[in-house]
Design a protein around this ligand. Structure first.
Ligand code: ADP
Ligand code: ADP
Ligand code: MG
Length: 448
């Protein structure tokens, strides 16, 4: 087992990794930017090292700075969390070359999954259903027009290096396709330093369903059920739940079987999430793999009883899945997560600033993952996530009741938050009936 782990991240996920390390008796090293000097991950780690100024390109994304900190602290392994360097294959390679274990998939697997059109081809070849679309990226607007004509409109243009819901454009007619292709390429180049864009069929009334996976180095792959992440704004998730109200046992086990084969074929190791679009007929189509721990992993933890982050560490340390999990995985009850962001609940404009008052809810079946505290500052430099509020109940009805109660007792003063929006969604009859698609949030907050 590792003696000391460096956490190359900040905020709630850095604290989440510290919790897993404490449970395992592993000591922790935090890294932080100058803006995060007073953050809780700095306070609760055994050691903390400043790696640069507030701007993430000069701190949390600065590979030499992170590696130097790892060398100074003499750690055995690095946990990258999500975002930042978590899906950077070069970083994973540099870690291994420096004699530090990267807690995540092997670099070549991260690289494959990071180029979304290649990941799509690999999964399709391994027997996982995908949507019709381009072979590789689209070279010209002529090519895009020809392909869209074959597939039929609408189509979606997506950055091959994309993430966080950015770099996507939906084209509904040949007239608008060429201009949208240029926009998507420009946004991709600016956001991901790569202008490549691919094209696939756009499902108008879609649900987002994803499967949590754990794989060890010995070819064992376990699927920890699925999550429903359909409640989104701007292609970014707001509310997630497990299990999905729209996935039955037959579909769940069919997809799990296909994924087990496909991930073994790819040489997948450690935690990952395979994301799908569900169409109006209940068919699932692969969209991408997130080769890291995901923001919404706690809903899976509640219903399976598996500690996903601890499992990541144990897998990286060479443990076998049958030795660390109680198999077969059982799904118990229902869990829901609300992402509480510091943003205006209607316009979604970020609302950074000082938290002047804070009450975190508790009680039966409630978990709050956060790095926020009273008088703490939500920095404009980073993600607007303030807290994840997660509940567990016997069934979906009980989980909804607990979420409503917890939202009512969640007080954040000094910044705007998405709490009022969550309250409206949780009381919506269609949400309660689980009748929604990815456009659902538009009825509360018109979006472009
Ligand atoms: P999840 O699927 O875990 O919910 P999100 O899409 O919400 O993931 O992303 C989690 C975090 O990682 C966010 O801060 C998001 O901005 C960031 N992120 C995800 N993918 C990328 C990427 N390719 N490049 C930059 N940031 C990313
Ligand atoms: P990211 O890497 O930014 O997370 P994804 O490929 O996972 O990008 O897509 C993000 C979201 O965009 C999905 O959850 C879904 O809401 C929407 N989306 C992506 N592809 C499609 C599609 N082919 N049809 C309908 N919606 C899609
Ligand atoms: Mg995604």
């Amino acid at each position: 087992m590792f003696e000391r782990i460096l956490i190359a991240n900040r905020g709630e996920i850095a604290l989440r990794v510290i919790c897993a390390c404490k449970d395992l008796g592993v000591s922790t090293v935090a890294v932080y930017s100058e803006a995060d000097r007073h953050s809780l991950h700095v306070r609760f780690a055994d050691q903390a090292i400043c790696i640069g100024p507030a701007k993430s390109s000069l701190s949390y994304l600065d590979i030499p700075a992170v590696i130097s900190a790892a060398e100074i602290a003499n750690v055995d392994a690095i946990h990258p969390g999500y975002g930042f360097l978590s899906e950077n294959a070069d970083f994973a390679e540099v870690c291994e070359a420096s004699g530090v274990r990267f807690i995540g998939p092997p670099p070549d697997v991260i690289r494959l999954m990071g180029v979304k059109d290649r990941a799509r081809a690999a999964m399709r070849d391994a027997g996982v259903p995908t949507l019709p679309g381009s072979e590789g990226c689209v070279g010209s607007s002529e090519e895009a027009l020809e392909l869209a004509k074959q597939i039929g409109y609408p189509v979606i243009l997506k950055a091959t290096a994309g993430g966080g819901g950015r770099g996507m454009r939906i084209a509904r007619s040949p007239e608008e396709l060429p201009a949208l292709l240029v926009q998507a390429q420009q946004e991709a180049a600016a956001a991901f330093s790569c202008p490549d864009v691919y094209l696939e069929k756009y499902i108008e009334s879609a649900r987002h369903i994803e499967f949590q996976v754990l794989a060890d180095r010995y070819g064992n792959v376990e699927i920890l059920g699925e999550r429903e992440c359909t409640i989104q704004r701007r292609h970014q998730k707001l509310i997630e739940e497990a299990p999905s109200p729209s996935v039955g046992n037959e579909l769940r086990s069919r997809i799990a079987g296909a994924l087990r084969e496909a991930l073994r074929a790819c040489g997948y190791v450690n935690a990952g999430t395979v994301e799908f679009i569900m169409d109006g007929c209940g068919n699932l189509y692969f969209i991408e793999v997130n080769a890291r721990v995901q923001v919404e992993h706690p809903v899976t933890e509640f219903v399976t009883g598996v500690d996903v982050v601890k499992s990541q560490i144990l897998i990286a340390a060479g443990e076998k899945l049958p030795d660390i999990l109680e198999l077969p995985i059982q799904i118990r009850g229902h869990s829901i997560e609300c992402r509480i962001n510091a943003e205006h609940p209607v316009t979604f404009a970020p609302s950074p600033g000082r938290i002047t008052g804070l009450n975190l809810p508790g009680g039966v079946g409630v978990r709050v993952d956060t790095a926020a505290y009273a008088e703490g500052v939500i920095s404009p430099y980073y993600d607007s996530l303030v807290a994840k509020l997660i509940v567990h109940g016997r069934d979906r009805t009980e989980a909804i009741a607990r979420m409503k109660r917890a939202l009512d007792m969640f007080v954040v003063e000094g910044v705007h938050t998405s709490i009022p929006l969550h309250q409206r969604i949780l009381s919506d009859p269609d949400f309660v009936r689980a009748e929604f698609d990815t456009n659902f949030v538009r009825r509360f907050a018109p979006q472009k």
